[in-house]
Each structure stands twice: as structure tokens, then as C-alpha cells.
Design a protein. Structure first.
Length: 358
């Protein structure tokens, strides 16, 4: 069991949060940190005041990009307590990412306990709003000062917290998606299924291109044939057929295994929908929208939970989905999953862990 030293004195009272929290712009006043050395392993676990990290300019993270992160949330329940959602699965995915990047793993129980202790210490920062939560960002970076191209021998694992609203601003507003035909996000055998910053850095240029053309996000195609759907922005994607059948791209090694995706695929059959993981051809998507057999599309991820797709644009082709309005399937899934996350409805799956605030 991890032993966490607390070098932080919790304050009292509710912090004054802005009406528009945005996403990842406001941070709490404490963080969790622990260190790793090849001989000592993980040590010196502590909760400290939020502050900049002091890193050597030659730290491996800057030169080899040896970094991973993950994301989950804490939710304010109607009774005032706090729910964590599937935090063990996020800890497992964090370790999978770390392994792919040649980094040490953090014991899942230690990772979960660090998050729980930090959220308890920062419980006054969990928003009491139906459209907001406390975002949890665990990170690991290589900090050994060397320019050698190899795995580092020293690391920092830290967790920061951010009160957040909806990822894309107006809650549940559909997004316009530009299909990239020039650039790809990841390739099978690469790092696409790891949550490492390099994947996101490589996506930024295409994202900026999409925005200059009036779109909100990029839909990525597979890197080999440039034909099959991979992800949308930083989220998994799903298509709804005839209002009842949900198809999502199969995990190919280039797609991040989303916890929200996994949860929705488990939840959907209990709401009366059928689900399928398959290779999805982009031409078939446009044809299905034109014929009316594809009735909805939506992204799935921690930040937005569900983000309806209202428009797809690819070269000279454009397709409108559900009159650029959120569809009923996306809405039903969103309401059911967020109901569990916020503790508004029972959790029959054992996905939540409830904390008592300080």
C-alpha cells in the first residue's frame, strides 16, 4: 500500500469558479507527485501545493518525448459526496501506455489511492453543477538528464486536477468534422493505442487546417489504405444505423481503447440497442448517410462523454446528419452514462467509487 505524505494544508470554503469553466483552464491548488529511480523504484509519494516542476533542460521528456498521460473525472453527487468513475481502468490504461513507451508501471492500487487522496484533499473544488466535473490528469515523464536515445532511468509521476465544463463549449452541441486525406494520426504497430503527447502533437496541424475551413474536429482514417475510419479528434467514434444499431471501429492497434467507449458498448444493449465493432469504410459511411440508413454519429471520450457529429466533409463531399441536431441515441446514451457518473441513477455495473468530501 502506498504511503502518501501530505505537505499541503487544505483550505476551507468553496473556491470562486468562473461561470464558464471551459476545459483545462482552471487548476486546483494541490497536486500529487512521486519519483522513480532505477535502483529505488517509486518513492517519496506526496501531496504538495500546485507549482511548476523544476526539470533539467536535458530531461528525456524534452528530447525523446518519453511521456504518457491519462484522464478521468470526479463528479459531485446529489447527496454532496463525490464519485470517481472507472478509475481502475484508467490506471490500467496508464500502465499500458507506459509499457508501450518504455516506462515503469505504477501499481494500480497505488495509482487509484493517490487519485482518491488528492480528490479528497481537493473536494471543495468539485463543481456542484450538472454540466461540470473535476477533471483528473495523471502524467508520467522521463526526467533523467541525458541526450542519449534510450529509455530514461528516472521519472516523475504526478496528478493535477482541473474543474471543467463541457469540452466543446455549449453542452451537447453537434460538431462539424473534416475528414483528413493528407495526414494520419497513427499506424498499427505505432503508438496510437498509447496515450502519449506525441500522438496529439502530430494531430494539431490538421486540426488547425480543419478550423480554418469552418470545422471543429478531424476524422482520422487508417494510415495504410486511407479508407477506414479510425478516430475523431481525440475521441473514439460511433455510427448509428436506422436508430437502433451502433457500430464503432474495431480496436486495430492504432486506436486508443477509450474507457467511455468501453462503457457505452456495455451500456447500450441494456438500453435496447445492438452494438458491433467492425472496420468502417468511409465511402460506405457517406453512402449510408445519403440513403438514410446511418441516422447519427457521435464521438466518445472522457472530456465530452458524447459529442454528436452534425456534419462530415471530405474533399468535395459533404453530409449532414440529423439536420445538425443531437440524435435520440446519442442523447439516451449520454443521459444514462452521466446519470451513473453523477450518482443520479443506480450503478448496476460497479463502475463508481464514492468518496466522502473533507
Amino acid at each position: 500500500m502506498i504511503s502518501i505524505r501530505c505537505d499541503y494544508t487544505p483550505l476551507v470554503g468553496t473556491p470562486a469558479l468562473p461561470a464558464d469553466l471551459g476545459f483545462g483552464r482552471v487548476f486546483t491548488d494541490a497536486m500529487f507527485v512521486q519519483d522513480y529511480a532505477a535502483q529505488a523504484g517509486w518513492h517519496d509519494a506526496r501531496i504538495v501545493p500546485y507549482a511548476p516542476l523544476a526539470l533539467d533542460p536535458a530531461a528525456q521528456a524534452f528530447h525523446c518525448g518519453q511521456m504518457v498521460f491519462d484522464g478521468t473525472k470526479a463528479y459531485r453527487r446529489p447527496d454532496g459526496r463525490i464519485n470517481l468513475f472507472r478509475v481502475e481502468r484508467n490506471a490500467q490504461r496508464f500502465n499500458h501506455s507506459a509499457q508501450r513507451m518504455g516506462m515503469p508501471q505504477v501499481p494500480v492500487s497505488d495509482h487509484v489511492e493517490a487519485i482518491a487522496e488528492l480528490v479528497r484533499a481537493q473536494s471543495r473544488w468539485v463543481p456542484d453543477r450538472t454540466d461540470a466535473a473535476l477533471y483528473i490528469r495523471p502524467v508520467m515523464i522521463g526526467v533523467e538528464p541525458t541526450l542519449q536515445v534510450r529509455a530514461a532511468l528516472a521519472f516523475i509521476h504526478y496528478v493535477i486536477l482541473s474543474p471543467v465544463g463541457s469540452l466543446y463549449g455549449a453542452s451537447f452541441k453537434p460538431v462539424s468534422v473534416y475528414v483528413s486525406h493528407e495526414h494520419v494520426r497513427a499506424v498499427r504497430g505505432g503508438t496510437g493505442e498509447a496515450k502519449t503527447p506525441g500522438n496529439y502533437a502530430g494531430s494539431l496541424y490538421a486540426g488547425e487546417q480543419a478550423r480554418t475551413h469552418g470545422h471543429d474536429q478531424v476524422l482520422w482514417l487508417d494510415a495504410v489504405e486511407r479508407r477506414y475510419v479510425d478516430e475523431v479528434g481525440a475521441m473514439n467514434i460511433a455510427f448509428v444505423y436506422e436508430g437502433r444499431h451502433i457500430r464503432t471501429p474495431v480496436l486495430s492497434g492504432s486506436i486508443l481503447p477509450g474507457i467511455t467507449r468501453e462503457s457505452l458498448l456495455r451500456l447500450a444493449p441494456d438500453l435496447g440497442y445492438t452494438v458491433e465493432e467492425a472496420r468502417i469504410d468511409l465511402d460506405e459511411v457517406f453512402d449510408g448517410i445519403a440513403r438514410g440508413t446511418i441516422t447519427e454519429a457521435f464521438g466518445m471520450g472522457t472530456g465530452a462523454v458524447i459529442s454528436p457529429v452534425g456534419r462530415l466533409a471530405y474533399r468535395e463531399r459533404e453530409a449532414l446528419l440529423n439536420r445538425f441536431e443531437p440524435g435520440p441515441v446519442a442523447r439516451a446514451l449520454f443521459d444514462a452514462l452521466t446519470g451513473i457518473q453523477y450518482g443520479r441513477i443506480p450503478d448496476p455495473y460497479g463502475w463508481t467509487r464514492t468518496l466522502e468530501p473533507l
